[in-house]
Ligand binder design. Structure first.
Ligand SMILES: C[C@H](O)[C@@H](O)[C@@H](O)C(=O)CO
Length: 529
C-alpha cells in the first residue's frame, strides 16, 4: 500500500473558491474511492477551512502547506477548478517524491484549464511530473496510467503525433516571406506592451526577456494603474461614439439595471473608455501588441477588459484618434494577448505579420482548452473541443461577425465590477492552431491544423450551458491529434487560433509561420500534420 498526499490549489478570489468547492469535493471523493479500491490511501495535506472550501488560496499558504509534507511522498495535485499555479509551484519545485497532476473531465468549471496551466508552469520550471484526466476515474486510460505512476513515478503518454519541423515543406517564395519578416524583426525590433506582468499565477505565460531579445522582441512594462487613469480621463462623448459604433455594427448588449448582477450601460461606456485609452497607450509607447492582465488589480476598479480585447484584435474596429486628430492604425487590429500571456503575445505578432503578408485574415485569439466531447456516431464520430476563453474573441471569428456577437455581464464571482464579454459561436472554417512555450530554458512552438466546425444549435447550447455561457465558444477539431495526445503534450491552458480562407491557404500559413519561428531560433514541432 502506498500513502499518497493530496493538495488542491484554488483561485485567489474567495468568491470563486466558495462557489466551485462542491465540484472539487465531489472529485476528491471519487478519486479517493478509486485509489482506496486499488489498496492505497489518499490524504489531504491541508484541511477544509471553516469558511467552506479546501483550496490553497495564496502562494504563502501553499509554501506553509508544503513545509508540512514529507518531501519524498507521492503527491497528487487534484484540480476541478481554475487555479493559480503559483500557489503550489514553490512547494512542487522542492518536492522529491513523484508528482501527479489530475483533473476531472468536466466543463462545469475550468479544472482542465487549471491542470494545463500547472503542467505548463511545471514544464517551464523544469519540475518532473506526470498528468492524468478522467470523467469518472474508473476508465482504463486513467487506471493504467495511475498504476504506471504508482509503480514507476512516471507515465508515458503517446506523442506519436509530434515531429520536428524540418523546414523542407516550403516553396522558396514562402520561405522568403518568413525570412523577410524575421530580418525585419531583428533589424527594426518590436515591443510587447505588458500591463502588469503575471496574471493569475500563470508562471508559464511569462517569457524571460533574454529569450525574447534575440528575436528582436522587447517588453514595455506598463501599469494597469496608468490604464485606469487614462480610461477615466476619456470624456463621455468619445466613449459614446465607440458605443454607437458598436451598436451600429449590430452587437447585442444584454443590459439590465442592477450593476451587481447585470451588465449596465455605464459599465459598457467604461469599457469603451478603456478601449480608447488602450489604443492611445499602445500608440504612445510604440507597442505592436499589448496585453492587459485584468483579472487582478483592475477587476475592482473597472469593468472587465474583455470587450476591449476583442475589439483590439479585430481589423474592423472603432477609430481612435490622437490629440492631433490623426487616426491610430486605422482599420488594423492591434494584437492583444489576453491575461498578459506573453507566449500568446509573441505568437500573435508572428500571426499578424504572416497573415498580413499572405493576404489572410489576421484576427487571432487565444482560447482556453476548456473541455470537449466526441460528437456524431459511427464513422462520423469525432472529438470536438470546447475552446472557450474567459470573455472575448475578435468578432471576425464569430458566425455573423459583429452582428452575430453578444455581450453578457461577466460572472460576478470573478468580476465584481461587471463588464461585458464579447461572445459568439466561432464560424466554421479552416484554422491554424499553435502554442509557444518555454521548456529547458528555450522557446518552443507547437503548431498544427484543424477546423472550427458547426454543430446543431441544441448541441452548441448544451456545450455553452455546460461551461460558462457568457464566454465565446469555438467547436474545435484538431487534425491528427487525439484528445489524450493533446492533453499530454500541450504545455499551456491556452491555445492560439487563427482562420485562413481555405485548407490550402491554412497549410501555407502554418508552414510560413513555422519557418518564421524556426528562423527566429524557436524549436518548432508539427503536431498531427
Ligand atoms: C475568469 C477565470 O479566472 C478565467 O480567466 C480562467 O479560467 C482562464 O481563462 C484561464 O486561462
Amino acid at each position: 500500500m502506498t500513502d499518497i498526499v493530496l493538495v488542491a490549489s484554488g483561485d485567489l478570489r474567495e468568491s470563486a473558491n466558495l462557489q466551485c468547492w462542491p465540484a472539487q469535493a465531489a472529485m476528491e471523493a471519487k478519486l479517493t474511492e478509486v485509489i482506496e479500491g486499488l489498496g492505497h490511501s489518499l490524504k489531504r495535506a491541508h484541511p477544509v477551512k471553516p469558511q467552506g472550501h479546501g483550496f490553497i488560496a495564496s502562494q504563502r499558504e501553499g509554501m506553509d502547506v508544503f513545509a508540512s509534507i514529507d518531501p519524498d511522498a507521492p503527491l497528487i495535485v487534484a484540480e476541478a477548478v481554475w487555479q493559480y499555479s503559483h500557489h503550489v509551484l514553490p512547494g512542487l519545485t522542492t518536492h522529491k517524491g513523484p508528482i501527479l497532476t489530475v483533473a476531472n473531465w468536466s466543463g462545469q468549471w475550468p479544472g482542465l484549464v487549471g491542470l494545463l496551466n500547472l503542467n505548463g508552469s511545471l514544464t517551464k520550471a523544469g519540475v518532473p511530473y506526470a498528468s492524468l484526466w478522467s470523467v469518472d476515474f474508473g476508465d482504463a486510460f486513467f487506471l493504467d496510467g495511475l498504476r504506471e505512476w504508482l509503480e514507476t513515478g512516471t507515465i508515458t503518454h503517446d506523442a506519436s503525433h509530434v515531429r520536428p519541423f524540418a523546414g523542407t515543406d516550403l516553396a522558396a517564395e514562402d520561405r522568403a516571406i518568413a525570412a523577410e519578416i524575421a530580418a525585419d524583426l531583428r533589424r527594426n525590433k518590436t515591443i510587447l506592451g505588458v500591463f502588469d506582468e503575471g496574471c493569475m499565477g500563470m508562471f508559464n505565460a511569462i517569457i524571460p526577456d533574454a529569450l525574447l531579445m534575440p528575436l528582436g522582441v522587447f517588453k514595455e512594462r506598463l501599469s494597469q494603474s496608468a490604464l485606469y487613469h487614462a480610461a477615466k480621463e476619456v470624456p463621455e462623448a468619445e466613449a459614446r461614439a465607440v458605443y454607437d459604433w458598436l451598436l451600429a455594427r449590430g452587437i447585442t448588449f444584454h443590459l439590465g439595471d442592477d450593476p451587481e448582477t447585470d451588465l449596465t450601460e455605464a459599465q459598457v461606456l467604461d469599457q469603451c473608455r478603456m478601449y480608447i485609452a488602450a489604443v492611445r497607450m499602445a500608440d504612445a509607447f510604440g507597442c505592436e501588441a499589448i496585453g492587459i492582465q485584468y483579472q487582478q488589480g483592475l477587476k475592482d476598479l473597472l469593468p472587465a477588459s474583455d470587450l476591449v480585447e476583442g475589439m483590439l484584435n479585430n481589423d474592423d474596429r472603432p477609430d481612435v484618434a490622437r490629440a492631433d486628430g490623426t487616426v491610430i492604425r486605422q482599420g488594423r487590429a492591434i494584437v492583444h494577448f489576453n491575461e498578459v500571456d506573453e507566449c500568446a503575445g509573441l505568437d500573435g505578432v508572428l500571426i499578424n505579420r504572416v497573415h498580413r503578408a499572405l493576404g489572410q485574415p489576421v484576427e487571432t485569439t487565444l482560447h482556453d482548452l476548456r473541455w470537449g466531447e466526441a460528437y456524431g456516431s459511427g464513422v462520423e464520430e469525432e472529438f470536438v473541443w470546447v475552446f472557450e476563453i474567459s470573455g472575448a474573441v475578435p468578432p471576425a471569428h464569430n458566425a455573423g461577425g459583429w452582428a452575430g456577437s453578444e455581450s453578457f455581464r461577466q460572472p460576478a464571482m470573478y468580476f465584481p465590477a461587471g463588464g461585458g464579454s464579447l461572445m459568439g459561436i466561432a464560424k466554421p472554417g479552416e484554422i491554424v492552431w499553435s502554442r509557444i512555450f518555454v521548456e529547458g530554458g528555450q522557446l518552443h512552438m507547437d503548431i498544427g491544423r484543424g477546423q472550427a466546425v458547426e454543430l446543431p444549435e441544441a448541441e452548441t447550447l448544451r456545450r455553452s450551458e455546460s461551461t460558462t455561457p457568457e464566454w465565446p465558444i469555438m467547436h474545435g477539431v484538431l487534425t491528427g491529434v487525439s484528445r489524450d495526445q493533446m492533453m499530454a503534450r500541450h504545455k499551456a491552458n491556452h491555445i492560439q487560433v487563427v482562420y485562413a480562407t481555405s485548407a490550402e491557404e491554412a497549410d501555407k500559413a502554418m508552414y510560413v509561420r513555422a519557418a518564421l519561428a524556426q528562423d527566429l531560433g524557436i524549436t518548432v514541432s508539427l503536431c498531427g500534420v
